[in-house]
Design a protein around this ligand. Sequence first.
Ligand code: IPE
Ligand code: IPE
Ligand code: MG
Length: 239
Amino acid sequence: MSENLRHIAFIMDGNGRWAKKRLLPRSMGHRAGVKRIKEVITACFEEYGIHTVSLYCFSTENWNRPQDEVKTLFRLLKTFFEEEIEYFRKKDVRINVLGFLEDERIPEDTRGTIVKAMAETKECQSHVFNVLFNYGGRQEILSAAKSLARKAKEGVLDPDSITEKDFEAALFTHGEDCNVDLLVRTSGEERLSNCLLYQIAYAEFLFTDTYWPDFDRKELAKCIDIYNHRNRRFGAIKE
Ligand code: IPE
Ligand code: IPE
Ligand code: MG
């Protein structure tokens, strides 16, 4: 059990380099990467009692990759949801997709599977699994601003009385456990790549050199131990 760790976010990175190191095609890296997801989130929920896990799976910028790679990724994610839906239901985990799901570039069957997974877990209460899919942090903030502006224009919202709570309600995270406590990025890159820009305001950051396909429960344990030794002050003074 890890106290004060309610929301953990992962930037899964390094699938391609993991494959390259083994002289394998990038698709094999994605396959190995998607296989890891279950182990890591199961440990988060069951060993550490973490309420919300967010996983960055596909960014709005990832459309810049070759079409074949994008297709492979979508296919792997679709299979993941099909195979694991029972697990999520059994463990009372609500699946929440953060991102632009209506994008016409997303294949119909992939969208269908994701929509179904959300529908079938919408009553689940014990945990939340946020899947960042076709997600961009700036775009999320922009779309929240637009929706509030629309309401103001319609006269149902007074711009001067907009609160953080109102703004958070308009984000993909819908105000639910919006604050990330710990953000882990694998593969040695030390950047956010447009991940949860609003929600990470007071997150602890942890960058590990391990490639995502090698990131197992032992690696997770190390991260959580480091987190538990951080001194989070939130602007105040703590001895
Ligand atoms: C992360 O691995 C998976 C996604 C971005 C979807 P990468 O595919 O980015 O792997 P590298 O960074 O090329 O090694
Ligand atoms: C960020 O990883 C997006 C996801 C993990 C889904 P990238 O590998 O796409 O990020 P950059 O291009 O290295 O910044
Ligand atoms: Mg990468």
